[in-house]
Design a protein. Structure first.
Lengths: 117, 115
């Protein structure tokens, strides 16, 4: 089954304790990204990656890191989490064709609910 | 940057009714538009993708239209069912730095279908 998976699904942690949320897709998609969803603010993009070893900042990158060492994986790293990073996080992926066309259908993972105390 | 607005923010209708959800955007130079549904505690499920050159797209009881000149899209749900209850999100595909693809989301319409 074609899917985007995230782990963990739920996480409660304390301020300053480094954590990683994993994201993996089995559709051989070139493009992957991370979003956070907050009440009243909607979904906002954190980071994205156009392919292996290529990453760039989205709208709200502060406090986050990412890496793209393999095509299928795109982990989100919080080096020193703070309470304002309490949120629902989504990973997404999509295909980019030979022409590099954007705008293809994006597929989302099930979400990771993070609470930072 | 695009601003995406969805009206109404919430909607409750009896089962069986046809209904329309609205999405408006500020910049008509969009790439594509995608409709999602989000169930409580769950991820986003892609419903329909309308390419910028298309006027509408259909999937089962769902029909999405796109009018770039007026900055509007609608999602039409025919013969609504309680299982359609969810939050519906509209998202605009935009081209980011380097040609990457970013989505700008509306805040969604929370739909309740009463049995």
């Amino acid at each position: 089954e074609a899917q985007v998976t995230q782990n963990p699904r739920y996480l409660i942690t304390v301020t300053g304790k480094k954590l990683t949320v994993t994201c993996s897709q089995n559709m051989n998609h070139e493009y992957m990204s991370w979003y956070r969803q907050d009440p009243g603010l909607g979904l906002r993009q954190i980071y994205y990656s156009m392919n292996v070893e290529v990453t760039d900042k989205g709208d709200v990158p502060e406090g986050y890191k990412v890496s793209r060492k393999e095509k299928r994986n795109f982990p989100l790293i919080l080096e020193s989490p703070s309470p304002n990073q309490t949120s629902l996080y989504f990973c997404a992926s999509s295909h980019r064709d030979r022409a590099g066309t954007s705008g293809n259908e994006q597929f989302f993972g099930p979400g990771t609910r993070l609470t930072v105390l | 940057k695009q601003e995406v607005t969805q009206i109404p923010a919430a909607l409750s209708v009896p089962e069986g009714e046809n209904l329309v959800l609205n999405c408006s955007f500020t910049d008509s130079a969009i790439y594509n538009l995608q409709w999602f549904r989000q169930d409580p505690g769950k991820g986003l499920t892609s419903l329909l993708l309308i390419q910028s050159s298309q006027r509408e797209q259909t999937s089962g009881r769902l029909n999405a239209s796109l009018d770039k000149s007026s900055g509007r899209s609608t999602l039409y749900i025919a013969a609504s069912q309680p299982g359609d209850s969810a939050t519906y999100l509209c998202a605009i595909h935009e081209t980011l730095v380097g040609g990457a693809d970013g989505l700008t989301f509306g805040k969604g319409t929370h739909l309740i279908i009463q049995p």
